[in-house]
Design a protein around this ligand. Structure first.
Ligand SMILES: [Zn+2]
Length: 260
């Protein structure tokens, strides 16, 4: 690979969208402010970048300049803010939800999700519980993936074929369980553009600190930005896999031990 030539399609990964009324009040580094999100959608429009879906990328037929938009964890702000903005800009996105959270606390309920589907949005599984799948045995992974897919298909009357693994933790046994459970595409959190025609798609996070300038570099596949993000991800990968086994509380993630 030479600088200036990164292949693939960026899949942007969002978490909470923070409303104007809570500006300055959120210290959640994953929470993107409403106005920043709007500026990002406007920039995609200005740059004439087509918004596609993870399934389109896996199928490999795409316009020259495209991105996909994804949202994790199923927050109600996805309905209240993201859905409204996306509809206004006439673009779609995929929402990965944990079916055990739907209708509780700060999360989407089924009525909101159904309205989003009718409005052209898509849904995928983020497992039934928000748990590190690599710490579960194969039967429990399959159960997490099967229950979640069944519930989503039942409530939304829509085929669910894409899984995003919680916290980005993935290995071969998780992938095998996904294929066996009827998923066709798995999204991870390796910060790199997704490769056309692949079944395992990397995604790059959009965070509170992501400036519009950096966002532009992400969607235009600036090699320096991706190499920096990938370098940081690689440096943290081994400690992350060690800590998730030995000291998961340090990472603040939920593992098999917590759920027994
Ligand atoms: Zn998540």
């Amino acid at each position: 690979m030479t600088l200036g030539q990164i292949t693939g399609v960026p899949i942007l990964d969002y978490h909470r969208i923070v409303p104007v009324s809570r500006f300055g009040a959120s210290d959640d580094r994953f929470g993107v402010h409403e106005s920043a999100f709007r500026e990002q959608l406007q920039l995609l429009l200005d740059l004439k970048i087509t918004v596609v879906t993870p399934e389109d990328i896996a199928a490999g037929q795409l316009p020259a300049r495209s991105v996909a938009l994804t949202f994790d964890d199923g927050y109600s702000s996805h309905y209240e803010i993201a859905f409204r903005e996306l509809s206004e800009f006439k673009v779609t996105a995929t929402f990965f939800v944990n079916t055990s959270s739907i209708g509780t606390g700060e999360f989407l309920d089924w009525t909101m999700a159904a309205e989003m589907i009718r409005g052209g949005m898509r849904f995928g599984s983020h497992a039934h519980n928000h748990i590190v799948l690599t710490t579960l045995n194969s039967d429990r992974v399959r159960e997490e993936l099967r229950v979640s897919r069944q519930m989503l298909e039942q409530h939304l009357a829509s085929a669910i074929e894409v899984l995003a693994v919680p916290y980005g933790f993935c290995d071969q046994h998780v992938l095998d369980a996904a294929w066996e459970s009827g998923y066709r595409v798995v999204c991870t959190s390796k910060p790199w553009p997704a490769q056309k025609g692949a079944r395992v798609l990397s995604r790059v996070g959009v965070l509170q600190q992501t400036s519009l300038n950096e966002f532009r570099k992400l969607v235009e596949k600036d090699p320096a930005v991706y190499l920096r993000l990938l370098g940081r991800d690689r440096a943290l990968a081994i400690p992350r896999y060690v800590f998730v086994r030995l000291r998961p509380e340090i990472l603040g993630v939920r593992t098999a031990e917590d759920s027994l």
